[in-house]
Design a protein around this ligand. Structure first.
Ligand code: COA
Length: 261
C-alpha cells in the first residue's frame, strides 16, 4: 500500500493517479506494485471499460525513483529481477486488454515516456517535456523502447532521444506517433477521461478482441526485447558508471564519466 498511487473507479473508468508531487512523481518500488495491482484489478472488474493513468499538474512522472535505483534495484537480495514490481507493472500494462488512456499532465521522464508506448491513447499537456535519458544515467533503454522508438520515428531521431537523451516537445510526440494530441494542462485529464468514457457505449468484448489483434503481431518480440533490455538494465544499475550518475543527481552536479573506458 502507498498513498502515492490513488485509484478510483467512476462511470466505468478506473483511474490510476500518480501523486507524489514533492518528488516530481518519481516511482518507487511500492508505487510500481500499487500500479500493477490496480491494473490487474481493473482487468478483472467487469464494471471497468477503460483505464486512465494520470499525474499531477506540471508533472506526469520523473521516472524511476533514483534512490530506489541505488537501494532497491530489481533482483535486490537475490530475488528474481523479472518478478520485481517494475516488471510486474510493465507486464500488467502489456496484458491489460481494456483500453488504457494516458493523461500526461506534465514532464514525462524515463518510464514516464516509455510507458506511453504501451498505452492506447496519449494526451499531453502543452507544458510537458518528454525524455528518455537512460544512457546519460549509464543505463540502457527499457520497456521495449529500443525496439518501438526506432520503429515510430526512425533510427536517426531515435538516436537523438535514446542515445543523447534529448528531451522533446509534446508536438514532436504527436508528430512521431507517441501521442494523440496536445492540450492545455488543465484540459488533459478531462479530455482523457472523456475518451475513456466513450468505451461505456462500445461493446466490451469487441473492444478487447480488437486491442488484442492490434498488439498480437509484435507481442512475442516486445516481450523478448523487454526481457533482454531488463537483464542489461538490472546489471547496469550496479555498474560504477551508474553509481557516478546517481550520486551526481543527488549532489546536483553533472556526472563525470572521464575516468571510465
Ligand atoms: N528520483 C528521485 N528523486 C527525484 C526524482 C527521481 N527520478 N526526480 C526528482 N526527484 C526529487 C529531487 O531529488 C528533489 O528532491 P529534494 O527536494 O529532496 O531535493 C525533488 O524531487 C524535486 O526535484 P527537482 O529536480 O528539484 O525539480 P525540478 O523541477 O528542478 O526538475 C525534473 C524536475 C523532473 C526535470 C528533475 O527532477 C529530473 O530531471 N529528475 C530526474 C529524472 C530522471 O533522470 N529520471 C530517471 C529516468 S530513468
Amino acid at each position: 500500500m502507498t498513498q502515492h498511487i490513488r485509484t478510483a473507479t467512476v462511470d466505468g473508468v478506473a483511474t490510476i493517479e500518480i501523486a507524489r508531487p514533492e518528488k516530481k512523481n518519481a516511482l518507487t518500488v511500492a508505487m510500481y506494485q500499487a500500479m500493477a495491482d490496480a491494473l490487474r484489478a481493473a482487468q478483472d472488474d467487469a464494471a471497468v471499460r477503460a483505464v486512465m493513468i494520470t499525474g499531477q499538474p506540471g508533472i506526469f512522472t520523473s521516472g524511476n525513483d533514483i534512490e530506489d535505483f541505488m537501494a532497491r534495484p530489481p533482483g535486490a537480495g537475490g530475488s528474481d529481477p523479472a518478478q520485481s514490481p517494475v516488471f510486474q507493472f510493465m507486464h500488467a500494462l502489456l496484458e491489460c486488454d481494456k483500453p488504457v488512456v494516458a493523461a500526461v499532465t506534465g514532464a514525462a521522464i524515463g518510464i514516464g515516456t516509455t510507458m506511453l508506448l504501451h498505452c492506447d491513447f496519449v494526451y499531453v499537456s502543452d507544458e510537458a517535456r518528454l525524455a528518455m535519458p537512460f544512457v546519460a544515467l549509464a543505463l540502457v533503454p527499457e520497456y521495449a523502447s529500443s525496439l518501438l522508438v526506432p520503429q515510430l520515428m526512425g533510427q536517426r531521431r531515435a538516436a537523438e532521444k535514446l542515445l543523447l537523451g534529448d528531451p522533446f516537445t509534446p508536438e514532436q510526440a504527436v508528430e512521431c506517433g507517441i501521442a494523440n494530441a496536445v492540450l492545455p494542462t488543465a484540459e488533459v485529464a478531462k479530455h482523457a477521461r472523456r475518451v475513456a468514457e466513450r468505451f461505456n457505449a462500445l461493446p466490451p468484448s469487441a473492444v478487447r478482441e480488437a486491442k488484442r489483434l492490434m498488439r498480437a503481431p509484435q507481442r512475442e518480440q516486445v516481450l523478448r526485447v523487454i526481457a533482454e533490455e531488463g537483464a542489461l538494465f538490472s546489471a547496469r544499475l550496479r555498474s560504477p558508471e551508474a553509481m557516478e550518475a546517481f550520486q551526481a543527481f543527488f549532489q546536483k552536479r553533472a556526472p563525470d564519466y572521464a575516468k571510465f573506458s
